[in-house]
Design a binder for this molecule. Structure first.
Ligand code: CA
Length: 223
């Protein structure tokens, strides 16, 4: 499971982030000041840090120096909105900089982008609580492993990489089976049915009449 450290001294904001990231299938740990964060970082490993700038004891900029030395990607989430601060934040080595107030759906999207970028060439794909490690051919849903056949996995990755876009049957056959699409073939439909069942994607994988399929991102809970 992907582990995220949330460094935020305002508990309601911290709780909100943790709740939504947990729902999206991430493991979360919360630190409420800079020193506590540094202590936790010393003991546990993380895939991403989301951090505030104005923090008790050690501020976000100082903490960022330590995070950078650990080579963990980080996203600043702060009320400090001046250009100077944003530039300082990004040049300090953070992958992204978000200004409060923020929408949870945007934070989730940015978390996904940073994780994807960091795990180079999109080796780690996420959709809701589903995480696909393409390199190791491993799929988890809410942290539990789900066994897929190679074709099912290929189809899932294709859908995830093209989320919210209609994939035509012709293209899917070409990419997954390396064959031409034939009107009589139900192979694709059967694979889609199994994916929907195994990963509870009944509502997310839409059938586009006479065209193909589309994986649709549901709207996340916003602030
Ligand atoms: Ca703060």
């Amino acid at each position: 499971m992907i582990q995220i450290l949330i460094v935020e001294d305002e508990k309601p904001i911290s709780d909100l982030i943790r709740l939504n990231l947990t729902k999206a299938g991430y493991g979360c740990t919360c630190a409420y000041d800079g020193l506590e964060a540094a202590d936790i970082l010393e003991e546990q490993s993380f895939d991403l840090v989301i951090l505030d700038i104005m923090l008790p004891h050690v501020d976000g900029f100082e903490l960022m120096e330590y995070i950078r030395s650990l080579k963990i990607p980080a996203i600043f989430l702060t009320a400090k909105s001046s250009l100077e601060d944003r530039v300082k934040g990004l040049t300090s080595g953070a992958e992204d900089y978000m200004v409060k107030p923020f929408e949870i759906v945007e934070l989730l999207a940015r978390v996904n982008i940073v994780l994807r970028r960091y795990h180079k060439a999109g080796q780690l794909l996420t959709f809701a609580d589903i995480v696909v490690d393409a390199e190791n051919q491993k799929v988890t849903k809410a942290g539990k492993e789900v066994i897929l056949t190679p074709k099912e996995l290929g189809l899932l990755i294709l859908l995830m990489r093209n989320r919210n876009i209609t994939l035509f049957r012709e293209r899917i056959y070409e990419e997954i089976w390396g064959t031409e699409y034939s009107v009589e073939s139900r192979t694709l439909d059967l694979h889609i049915q199994r994916l929907r069942k195994k990963l509870d994607l009944k509502d997310a994988i839409k059938t586009v009449f006479k065209a193909g399929y589309r994986l649709e991102e549901a709207h996340e809970v916003s602030v």
